[in-house]
Design a protein around this ligand. Structure first.
Ligand code: GTP
Ligand code: MG
Length: 370
């Protein structure tokens, strides 16, 4: 049901909460400033105080956000978005770094790679893979908790000399809960005590049956350190993404998710975004979580300025009026007025939720306050 806190209602009528509490008491409503009122009560009291009331529901404000559904004909293949998970020290960072160095374009340009929270490896021949540069279960769960489901494939890194460890187990349950397919990267096979087959058999206990054990989960032996069989892992990723038939419509206003956000002293709010549908363009106006802004500048993970970013292409953007959270979703909208309206609506909702949570004030406390 629609509700509003006394505090918020007072704020919207530009009056003090304590005066509104008094007004409500006069009408026989014993409430505190933190109490929530149902929409009808709120409307009545606001009208009694001489205010015109226009009720706006979530459905109205956010109506049309995201636009029309895409037709099959609009859908074009897009690169997979991959997250690397695994136990401490099993080689997640080493593997990410090694994979990153296989990028043909970065090699040619000799560009300096930027850590923007996500990057794309171009393997040539229209083959690209996007990696989330935040290995870690916390980042993954945080993003999912906020509604962003950007990961298509999880690479489960398991060190061949250590096999399944607590965080390997944790990663498996995250992947299963999210319904995201796993590719097992059996790492450190260069080590003398490496035992890849033990990893394969141990995985059976977690209902992961790799191909060589008659199952359908791909497993690839690699060494991040010696850069062995990275192309094998990339092939496995590309094969898995073909099976998933990953597609998006690039010809529409962009929407997607925040990978990272931070405040930069000189440049203001900086956010890494991953486009999920449409194409993000410089100058676009967006609402993102409860922030909004106009894309003033965009750069990719090689530090190059870009004017456009299509599906699964990670970019760092400037121009937001506040720092968004990882997992916040963004939508490009038609005007600043609309972006501001939605952002302000969401900020109010957030405040109301927070107030509702902390409204444990008793009647006695309230009387004491008056
Ligand atoms: P955390 O971020 O701490 O969870 O670790 P990680 O999973 O990112 O592991 P990281 O890449 O930091 O590697 C841990 C150690 O294992 C480092 O000393 C690496 O040099 C070593 N290492 C990683 N991959 C390999 C490999 O393929 N072979 C060998 N021999 N050592 C490796
Ligand atoms: Mg690491």
């Amino acid at each position: 049901p629609e509700t509003i806190t006394v505090q918020e209602l007072a704020a919207r009528m530009s009056m003090r909460a304590v005066d509104l509490v008094k007004e409500l008491m006069k009408q026989g409503q014993m409430v505190t400033a933190n109490a929530t009122l149902d929409a009808d009560t709120a409307q009545l009291v606001a009208e009694d105080l001489g205010h015109a009331v226009k009720r706006v529901s979530e459905a109205d404000v956010e109506e049309g956000l995201g636009g029309a559904a895409d037709t099959d004909a609009d859908m074009k293949s897009r690169p997979p978005v991959v997250t690397i998970m695994g136990h401490v020290d099993h080689g997640k960072t080493s593997l990410l770094d090694a994979l990153r160095q296989t990028d043909v374009v970065a090699g040619e340009a000799g560009g300096i790679t930027q850590h923007i929270g996500a990057y794309q490896v171009d393997l040539g021949n229209e083959r690209k893979i996007t990696f989330l540069d935040t290995p870690g279960h916390a980042a993954f769960t945080q993003m999912r908790a906020r509604g962003a489901k950007v990961t298509d494939i999880i690479i489960l890194v398991v060190a061949a000399d250590d096999s399944i460890m607590p965080q390997t187990e944790e990663a498996i349950s995250h992947a299963k809960a999210a319904g995201v397919p796993i590719i097992v990267a059996i790492n450190k096979v260069d080590k003398p005590d490496a035992d890849p087959n033990k990893v394969r058999t141990d995985l059976l206990q977690y209902e992961i049956q790799v191909e060589s054990m008659g199952g359908d989960v791909q497993d690839v032996e690699v060494s991040a350190l010696k850069k062995m069989n990275l192309d094998g892992l990339q092939e496995a990723i590309l094969l898995q993404s073909e099976l998933l038939e990953l597609k998006a419509n690039p010809d529409r206003p962009a929407e997607g998710a925040v990978v990272e956000g931070r405040l930069d002293k000189g440049r203001g709010a900086v956010a890494t975004m991953l486009v999920e549908r449409g194409t993000l363009k410089r100058g676009d106006i967006m609402v993102v979580g409860s922030e909004w802004g106009k894309v003033r500048a965009m750069s990719d993970d090689k530090g190059a300025q870009v004017k456009e970013a299509g599906p699964a292409y990670p970019v760092e953007i400037l121009g937001l009026n506040g720092v968004p959270e990882p997992g916040d979703t963004f939508h490009v909208v038609e005007s600043e007025a609309r972006a501001r309206e939605i952002a302000e609506f969401r900020q109010r909702q957030r405040r109301e939720k927070a107030a509702a949570k902390s409204s444990g004030t008793s009647l006695e406390q309230m009387m004491a306050q008056l």
